[in-house]
Design a protein around this ligand. Structure first.
Ligand SMILES: C[S@@+](CC[C@H](N)C(=O)[O-])C[C@H]1O[C@@H](n2cnc3c(N)ncnc32)[C@H](O)[C@@H]1O
Length: 227
């Protein structure tokens, strides 16, 4: 898993735009609107990669916000740290390497946990969900933005054609690495269905779990609160 993101870290941001036709920006903006970031809270962005979600939170929450970006891959975090410096943001971020399945944080530490386009890469999703619930403060909020499942049959067929034929080829053209993008497409198919993930969030110690579908279910935002 680490290797996949090592090989694409530099081109990761460009590829996101290419493959989603810029849609990932709108999906991420929608996530931020649901979070409604405000100052004075502690945010944990797991699988935070090059900082896209953290930067959006920072823009809305302002300077008095405390955001930890956590990722398995040191190279993604290095690119993210450089991007933060380029924007003149030297304070308010912590960049920590590790696995979502075993978070190096105390119980009840964060007000908001986010994971965007990361949960499908985690080997044991339920373990990661339990860890999320553990580190959130009571009443703290969990948000997951992730590829999901298109339900309308015709649209699902068209999406399949695009994913299996176009994404790996475009990936190869830009990064010279077809395999990582083949992996991406397969990992999307393996994600639990929307309702299944919602139920597993509840089983992991969260309450009021719900989801909304974006772009006909290509992507979904799941959210809940620590019980
Ligand atoms: C597709 S990127 C998403 C990055 C960022 N959240 C975004 O939306 O742009 C997925 C990230 O998940 C990280 N990742 C994969 N498995 C992980 C795990 N078990 N624990 C923490 N991070 C993980 C990868 O290193 C990669 O940076």
């Amino acid at each position: 898993m680490r290797g996949v993101f090592d090989s694409v870290a530099d081109k990761y941001d460009i590829m996101n735009d290419f493959m989603s036709g810029g849609m990932h920006r709108l999906w991420k903006d929608r996530l931020i609107r649901e979070i409604r970031p405000r100052p004075g809270l502690k945010y944990l962005d797991v699988a935070g990669g090059t900082g896209d979600i953290a930067f959006r939170i920072k823009k809305r929450a302002g300077t008095n916000s405390d955001i930890t970006i956590f990722d398995l891959n040191e190279q993604m975090l290095t690119v993210g740290r450089d991007r933060a410096v380029d924007r003149g943001w030297l304070n308010g971020f912590e960049w920590i390497t590790g696995n979502a399945e075993s978070l190096p944080f105390e119980d009840n530490s964060f007000d908001v946990y986010t994971i965007a386009f990361g949960l499908r890469n985690v080997t044991h999703i339920d373990t990661a969900l339990r860890e999320a619930a553990r580190v959130l403060k009571p009443g703290g909020r969990f948000f997951c933005l992730e590829f999901s499942h298109v339900r309308a049959p015709l649209l699902a067929k068209a999406y399949d054609l695009y994913s299996y034929n176009v994404i790996p080829k475009v990936g190869k053209l830009i990064t010279k690495d077809e395999e990582s993008y083949q992996y991406l497409v397969e990992s999307i198919r393996k994600m639990p269905k929307q309702a299944d993930l919602r139920d597993r969030m509840t089983e992991s110690g969260m309450k009021n779990a719900t989801f909304s579908e974006l772009s006909a279910g290509i992507v979904a935002i799941h959210k809940a609160m620590k019980a």
